[in-house]
Design a protein around this ligand. Sequence first.
Ligand code: FAD
Ligand code: EPU
Length: 348
Amino acid sequence: MQFHLNASLKNVHTFSIDQTCDALVEVTTIEELIMVYQDPKWSTLPKLILGKGSNMLFTEHFAGLIIVNQLAGITLTETESHHHLHVNGGEDWPSLVKWSVDRGLGGLENLAMIPGCSGSAPIQNIGAYGVELQDVCEYVDILCLDTYTVKRLSKKECLFGYRDSIFKHALYGKAIVVAIGLTLPKEWKPCNHYGPLKSLPTETLSPSTIFNEVCAIRSSKLPDPSKQGNAGSFFKNPVITKDHFDRLLALYPNIVGYESNDMIKVAAGWLIDQCQFKGVTEGGAQVHPNQALVIINYDQASAIDILKLADRVRQSVLNKFDIQLEHEVRFMGRDNETNLDRALEALV
Ligand code: FAD
Ligand code: EPU
């Protein structure tokens, strides 16, 4: 294992902002992961496990050790009714989806082109086009950081929710996802109810037609992080009461919202768009001109540019719609995870 001191983070997160950390190491086995955590040399430093950094904003220099997950390996087994995939945490998620579709396996196609590692997928229960990780997840294997043993959590134990799981709460900072288990029924049922997928002709539906359509939609809407740094949706879609939604509907008949249990999930992109933010810049940061929910590193943005722009967006949505947006992107500060309020306070 090679430790890189005072390493640049530019190439290990998709916002591609010039930021640094005290040290960075890539781990390829669970044994290496344990060695890093047990090594007295690093014991006093804060540590952050990183996949592809596609949901991260480093708000300042990280005075700690970044551990890049490169645990590789995929095992495919089958029973009469299902295919089962055991996927080590460092495997690239979008490559896994393509690999499975290329083999004719159905079930992951709606989750095409979501950047990141497979081991990061359960953290926020990744979702797109009507499917979430929880729909295909059988188990999650974790390395417990108190005992250094690997434990298997059932899907139920992961407490998955919208962009949420146990890893953001009870197991926060206590466990590293080392592998996931996916279960894909051999009797494939298409999931094509999400907006733009509805128009696909039913007679031609297959995992690969859905995969190709999802890739086409995503390529047309979302900026490619290798060309324009970004971390996908910056904010979550807010969930509001029906009363609140009805009041807004009376004022804005085109507002986009979907039933979610007894509440309404509102399209944050629509709200931000209505506040006329598409294309708005702050220093080198910009609200994406085609998808208002995405903030991009338009021209050598600093983390401060991104924070200031996110704050302007959040304030405008609050003033116009009385809705408080929460960021989906995870913020890492100097030695701890932080959030938009605290990161802005740290600026003054
Ligand atoms: P990272 O950004 O590296 O890490 C994210 C968080 O998870 C960090 O807090 C990290 O410490 C923690 N973490 C990472 N790995 C582990 C581990 N093994 N064990 C414990 N904790 C861990 N998300 C969606 O849900 N749907 C989308 O459609 C979507 N589209 C996107 C499009 C673009 C262009 C981009 C850039 C992002 C998009 N995202 C989307 C967000 C992102 O792809 C997901 O959050 C993804 O799962 C992040 O994976 P990562 O490996 O990059 O995680
Ligand atoms: N919209 C606008 N203006 C915009 C953007 C969107 O009016 O600038 C409207 C659209 O017309 C549509 C609605 O908002 O009616 C929803 O837009 P879209 O289908 O693009 O989805 P989204 O809500 O913006 C969510 C996820 C994405 C996921 C897509 C597809 C969240 C926070 N985001 O985006 O996930 O890929 O649905 O399922 O839930 C991510 O999490 O990083 C991410 C990209």
